[in-house]
Design a protein around this ligand. Structure first.
Ligand code: ADP
Ligand code: ZN
Length: 595
């Protein structure tokens, strides 16, 4: 594999392969199919880019993300790789020119959307040229089970039939076995080499905090940790994304909304600005993000609870693809739990489907409520073993206490039962606390034996007990939408004293957090750093590409750190291949010599 290593260094500027890049590359080079599961940011692209360069012919990359093709191709051109894309944004002239180049064998990599690939014209073209491999990116789109299903992907089994000799590689960051099996079956990858990388993203710090005053919490988080950083803030509703974005603008942040209701043009402008500008915040629904290739997203915030651990992991995974420190930060509360439970109850779908979704939601809620390491729980969910203490999540950094909530839970369940399973949390807490509230009197609940039995705890503690009971599915939320709580059969052993219950002790308001912000090495001064960033921005603007297409932050940091004084030293920096050395070396060296 000398040649693969040479391309890694000479073209892309890296010294070492990551796991399992090298094995995937040799699998494809030998003509075998491959299925690759690697987390976002793991380095999937090189797995097909390098073999496409090593084998004869043009590599065809099938990607659903037309909006990103331009940047992916620019990045490759920046490394000196002859890449093109074919999609609906091109004019006829451009298309004809690209087709000519393909026929002449001048292209290393062709990016194309699935709907275009299967057109007769494209198929005819591909049959005329030599193809080194097919790479099917975001391969989970073939799964009808998953949330990103694209019917166009179903036609991709055609490749196997029309081009039986060309190796295919399917790539995804979606972890679960079910999706993986569906990819194999639908794309006919039964004989493919399977490469499953570890799913851990050690540079991401997980933090899940109770909602208190979410806007204040968010503001504190952004101001203390992410001033001037790029990030994504996820909300459940379109309205909330717009309100949050304009509120953030009012607070002096550069923030834009993104959701499916915005119109294709505005969406693509906002996405393009996110990729090109530094330090922009996108406030989005889940419509934003699949395959967002921006390496320097420093934080992903959830202002609303995602429905599944899978979505949570995928969304937070968009942070820190460059490997530098990043935050996954979420606030959640009782209302989120109730809202999601109700949404699920009301959703269409078979009972079996709902049961499965409830199960997935329970896992998500479980992750919020655990008192042990978040990363360990996440990886365990994806059936991966890991250390029980990661040292880079909120529960590891600030251990949470738990308390024996058995007695309190019994009282809470009793009050639900005694009031006929018709009331919401606030009312139930009133009864427990013995409040003289007129509604309580009106219903005669001040006469119940449970009236006032909870005066030993505070209101917030009771809310916390109810939240955790709902989260753990001891209690369900009424279908009719009035928020009445009902007992589930699961609570019987607890009520009759056969089971005890440990609850999370919600921390008092404080929130002194250790900073995650990646400190620049001490001896780099800000003036140098800014000068390098400006130089990068100018070079990027001149070419109309995002700054990271010129160099990633990690390259710039290494440059500031080692201050190269000649072209060879410059070429040794990580992320500097032959082409970038020649193209950018002189500019940066001139700058550095004058600093
Ligand atoms: P994915 O597609 O899996 O999300 P990418 O292919 O975009 O990830 O790679 C993520 C980042 O890691 C990119 O910035 C890429 O340049 C970098 N990278 C990939 N492979 C290596 C490597 N062997 N050494 C150093 N950096 C790498
Ligand atoms: Zn941890």
């Amino acid at each position: 594999m000398m040649n693969a290593k040479y391309i890694l260094k000479n073209t892309f500027g890296y010294d070492q392969f990551r796991q399992p890049q090298e094995e995937v590359i040799s699998c494809l080079v030998s003509g075998r199919d491959a299925l690759v599961l690697m987390p976002t940011g793991g380095g999937k692209s090189l797995c097909f880019q390098i073999p496409a360069l090593l084998r004869n012919g043009c590599g065809v990359v099938i990607s659903p993300l037309i909006a990103l093709m331009q940047d992916q191709v620019s990045a490759l051109l920046g490394f000196g790789v002859k890449a093109v894309f074919l999609n609906s944004t091109l004019g006829l002239d451009q298309i004809q020119e690209i087709e000519r180049d393909l026929r002449d064998g001048n292209i290393d990599l062709l990016y194309i959307a699935p709907e275009r690939l299967v057109q007769a014209r494209t198929m005819a073209l591909l049959e005329e040229i030599e193809i080194s491999l097919f790479a099917i990116d975001e391969a989970h789109c073939v799964s009808q089970w998953g949330h990103d299903f694209r019917s166009d992907y179903l036609a991709l089994d055609l490749l196997h039939i029309r081009f039986p000799k060309v190796p295919r590689i399917a790539l995804t960051a979606t972890a679960d076995t079910r999706t993986r099996e569906e990819i194999i079956a639908r794309l006919r990858l039964e004989n493919a080499g399977q490469f499953l990388a570890g799913f851990d993203r050690p540079n991401i710090r997980y933090n899940i905090t109770l909602k208190d005053n979410p806007r204040n919490q968010l503001l504190r988080f952004l101001k203390s940790e992410h001033q001037g950083d790029a990030g994504i803030i996820y909300c459940l509703s379109r309205k909330k994304t717009e309100e949050t974005a304009s509120w953030l603008q009012g607070q002096g942040f550069n923030a834009l909304p993104y959701h499916a209701g915005l119109g294709a043009e505005i969406r693509s402008i906002h996405q393009a600005r996110f990729l090109r500008e530094e330090g922009l915040i996108i406030v989005a629904t889940i419509a934003f993000g699949m395959g967002i290739d921006k390496p320097d997203v420093r934080f992903v915030v959830h202002l609303d609870l995602p429905k599944t651990v899978e979505s949570y992991y995928q969304e937070t995974g968009r942070a820190g693809r460059d490997g530098l420190a990043a935050d996954a930060w979420m606030v959640y509360g009782l209302q989120d739990v109730i809202k999601l439970r109700q949404m699920l109850d009301r959703s269409e779908g078979s009972e079996a489907f709902k049961r499965l979704e409830q199960h997935r939601l329970n896992a998500m809620l479980g992750l919020c409520e655990i008192t042990t390491c978040r990363r360990h729980a996440l990886l365990h969910y994806f059936e991966e073993t890991s250390s029980e203490h990661c040292g880079n999540c909120d529960t590891c950094l600030e251990p949470v206490e738990s308390w024996d909530g058995t007695e309190a839970a019994r009282k809470a369940l009793s009050v639900v039962y005694r009031t006929d399973q018709r009331f919401g949390v606030n009312y139930l807490v009133d009864v427990l606390m013995g409040s003289g509230n007129s509604r309580v009197k009106q219903f005669g609940h001040d006469q119940l034996s449970v009236f006032g039995i909870g005066s030993d705890l505070e209101i917030n503690q009771w809310r916390s007990v109810f939240r955790q009971l709902i989260a753990r599915a001891y209690i369900s939320v009424d279908l009719e939408g009035f928020g009445g709580l009902k007992l589930e059969s699961k609570c019987r052993p607890l009520l009759v004293g056969d089971e005890s219950l440990n609850l999370r002790l919600d921390p008092k308001k404080k929130n002194v957090r250790q900073q995650t912000k990646q400190k620049l090495p001490e001896d780099i001064d800000m003036a140098t750093w800014e000068a390098l960033r400006n130089c990068r921005r100018e070079l990027a603007d001149k070419q109309g590409v995002p700054p990271y297409v010129v160099f990633h932050d990690s390259t710039l940091q290494a440059m500031a750190d080692s201050m190269p004084s000649n072209i060879d030293e410059f070429g040794d920096l990580p992320g500097v291949g032959q082409r970038k050395k020649e193209k950018y070396g002189p500019v940066f060296l001139a700058l550095i010599s004058n600093l």
